[in-house]
Design a protein around this ligand. Structure first.
Ligand code: ADP
Ligand code: MG
Length: 493
């Protein structure tokens, strides 16, 4: 009996030196749709040979050819064309992103729009990179020039695939760097689609190279490569530390955006309905797969029982579903690994706290990495579920007595990415804003992010800032130029 032949998954090439290529040894690895658990595509498995090829292309493009001759205006226009192309392809990109990552289509549409906005923002900034004249006490002209750092290796995670690519590539291109981007192995597809826009936008070959592979065999050789001048990384704290160590040998510039265990703090005087919504949005957006997730929910004792009850009741109504359905508010987790990891924290949470909502795999789906939005309460801040980044829809609710205790608990974490405070008392809210040790603090909201504002962490959440003018600084060197204006000989000996 002839069995029905299954269509083989689409093979995407990767992009090196302006060409679509296989890996040197022609190996591919599967990309899985997390809602069906089926292979949706295959991508090249780059290893050290491919890394060397991509770095050589990026170095050659930085040193010679058209790129070093481009003006800031040229670079700005390339970025505007990329933004325009992303907007044009947005329906397709959003669908691909939702299918590959598991996020709801409506959220994917926001992400794609934000990616385009990021290219527009840095398109405008390309012509606003300014040097200065230094007022030295001599008959001389002292200048500081801003120049591109060189070859940048950019390693990104799977939670916001194209948006993270935009945050990395846009400022680097505006600054005049050349790039090797390595998307996460789970979610390489939108970045590979994006690769096909680069030449059309006028980017010379080798300026942006996009290679697909695993952390150990592709990411690590990229970080070690002596011709890479800078590493920009977003991902886990563990890998961030390894990257920092590896980068030390060749004194690479490093920026790290790592994990978090961000407190979302609710005082009794906050608007209750907004607070409940803000607590849910803060921790469950994007399935909780967010570095700034408000995963520690600190609630003032006088409203604590009512808060836990209202939050849990609403959490149970969150609509889980296939990413492509417009009504879906939460999709599957990105991968089997992530599913297992989150499941194990759900089990741990049952020992470390009390279950208010969820706690397991979602029973509504036979396939796919769906877990229930989960809320544990009466959690001690020293519990593992309150200290370790879970990166899934799991919240730990912790009561506090007063402002001083809220602050002490909020800051009792090795991380410092984000925090939020909810109160109608502006004095209290602003005292908290000032005392919270975090790179991003929201008041009466959590999660909105703008390309105009700085993004990055305190403490073990990393260093360096992305977005805004801060984002481009990380791709620039400063050159001091001293021009002697004395025509007579200088004479000392
Ligand atoms: P997660 O464990 O949630 O997947 P990671 O921090 O491991 O998060 O992954 C983020 C990115 O870092 C991915 O692109 C991954 O391939 C890459 N990566 C993982 N390990 C290394 C490594 N040792 N060196 C460089 N990059 C790595
Ligand atoms: Mg990992």
């Amino acid at each position: 009996m002839a069995s029905e032949a299954k269509a083989s998954p689409r093979r995407y090439p990767m992009y090196i030196n302006g060409e679509f290529v296989e890996s040197a040894d022609k190996k591919y690895f599967p990309v899985v749709d997390p809602s069906t658990e089926e292979v949706m595509a295959e991508v090249p498995e780059a290893n050290e040979t491919d890394v060397n090829r991509a770095v050589a292309a990026a170095k050659a493009a930085f040193d010679s050819g058209a790129w070093p001759q481009t003006t800031a205006q040229d670079r700005g226009r390339i970025l505007f064309r990329l933004a325009e192309r992303i907007r044009k392809e947005a329906p397709h990109l959003a669908e691909l992103e939702a299918r590959n990552s598991g996020k709801p289509i409506v959220e994917a549409e926001y992400d794609i729009n934000d990616a385009a906005t990021c290219f527009e923002y840095y398109g405008g900034m390309a012509t606003k990179i300014l040097g200065q004249v230094n007022p030295v006490p001599d008959n001389a002209l002292s200048l500081s020039l801003r120049e591109p750092i060189g070859v940048a290796a950019q390693i990104i995670p799977w939670n916001y695939p194209l948006l993270m690519a935009a945050w990395k590539l846009a400022p680097a291109i505006a600054a005049g760097c050349t790039c090797i981007l390595k998307p996460a192995e789970q979610t390489p597809l939108t970045a590979l689609e994006f690769a096909s826009y680069l030449a059309d936008a006028g980017l010379p070959a080798g300026v942006v190279n996009i290679i697909t592979g695993f952390g150990e065999t592709c990411g690590a050789p990229l970080v070690k490569h002596p011709d890479v001048d800078k590493v920009a990384f977003t991902g886990s704290a563990e890998v961030g530390k390894a990257i920092m160590r590896a980068a030390a040998d060749t004194v690479k510039r490093v920026t790290l955006e790592l994990g978090g265990k961000s407190p979302n703090i609710f005082f009794a005087d906050a608007d209750f309905e907004s607070a409940i919504d803000g607590a849910l949005f803060g921790v469950f957006i994007n399935q909780g797969e967010v570095c700034s997730a408000g995963s520690r929910i600190l609630v003032e004792k006088s409203i604590y029982p009512k808060f836990v009850e209202a939050m849990s009741a609403k959490a149970k109504t969150i609509r889980l579903g296939p990413p492509l359905e417009r009504e879906t508010k939460m999709g599957p987790l990105v991968s089997k690994d992530q599913f297992d990891r989150v499941r194990s924290y759900q089990e741990l949470g049952k020992k470390e706290g009390k279950v208010a909502a969820g706690g397991g795999r979602s029973a509504s789906f036979k396939r796919g990495y769906y877990v229930e939005p989960t809320i544990f309460y009466d959690v001690d801040n020293t519990a593992r579920i309150a200290q370790e980044e879970i990166f899934g829809p799991v919240a730990a609710v912790i009561p506090f007595a007063d402002e001083a205790e809220a602050l002490r608990i909020a800051n009792a974490t090795p991380y410092g990415l984000a925090a939020a405070v909810w109160s109608r008392d502006i004095f209290k809210a602003f005292r908290m804003v000032k005392a919270l040790r975090a790179g991003i603090v929201w008041v009466n909201h959590m999660q909105p992010t703008y390309v105009e504002a700085p993004w990055g962490g305190y403490k073990q959440s990393g260093f360096g800032r992305e977005l805004g003018p801060w984002g481009i600084e990380e791709y620039l060197e400063t050159k001091q130029v001293h021009i002697n204006l004395n025509e007579q000989p200088i004479g000392w000996y």
